[in-house]
Design a protein around this ligand. Structure first.
Ligand SMILES: Cc1cc2nc3c(=O)[nH]c(=O)nc-3n(C[C@H](O)[C@H](O)[C@H](O)COP(=O)(O)O)c2cc1C
Length: 147
């Protein structure tokens, strides 16, 4: 399977999870591309891929604000060509905020609305990958099983 992972990350936490997911899915024999949202364009983003994983941290206080780079992509999400593709979301967050990893729910809902097939409920990680390896690896294995 060809798998695309696109992440938006300001301090590197979601980026670290994206890299860990990419490595594990690659080791399972799939062809994985990991991209920073700052480096991609929306038009036809998902073309040629069987599955897409989106990672984005949240930066609002009262309401969910997406990480800046991802937000630019999200504004043109209807052009990414995700209809009929397998998809799932992940993020690093801080559970002291009201909407823990709130971007995950927003993006997941939008993907479903665009006709993507959500493979697995979104992954919400406290802090960075090093503190939540088992949780991330377990989620990743369920994604691999669903590919
Ligand atoms: C002003 C501000 C608002 C934030 N809002 C949220 C939030 O709504 N939900 C959440 O889970 N984390 C929130 N965070 C925490 C970051 O999302 C968290 O540190 C995350 O690990 C950053 O990931 P990144 O390095 O991939 O960008 C906020 C942090 C700041 C400074």
């Amino acid at each position: 399977m060809k798998v695309l992972i696109v992440y938006g990350s300001t301090t590197g936490n979601t980026a670290g999870i994206a890299e860990a997911l990419g490595e594990r899915i690659g080791h399972a024999g799939h062809d994985v591309t990991v991209s920073n949202a700052a480096d991609v364009t929306a038009e036809g983003l998902c073309n040629g891929y069987d599955a897409v994983l989106f990672g984005c941290s949240a930066w609002g206080t009262d309401e969910v604000e997406m990480q800046d780079d991802f937000n630019a992509l999200y504004e043109e999400f209807d052009r990414i060509g995700v209809k009929g593709k397998k998809a799932a979301c992940f993020a690093s967050g801080d559970s002291s905020f009201e909407h823990f990893c709130g971007a995950v729910d927003v993006i997941e809902g939008r993907l479903a609305g665009l006709g993507a097939e959500i493979m697995e409920e979104g992954l919400k990680v406290e802090g960075d990958y090093s503190g939540s390896r088992n949780e991330v690896d377990g989620w990743c294995d369920r994604i691999i099983a669903a590919l």
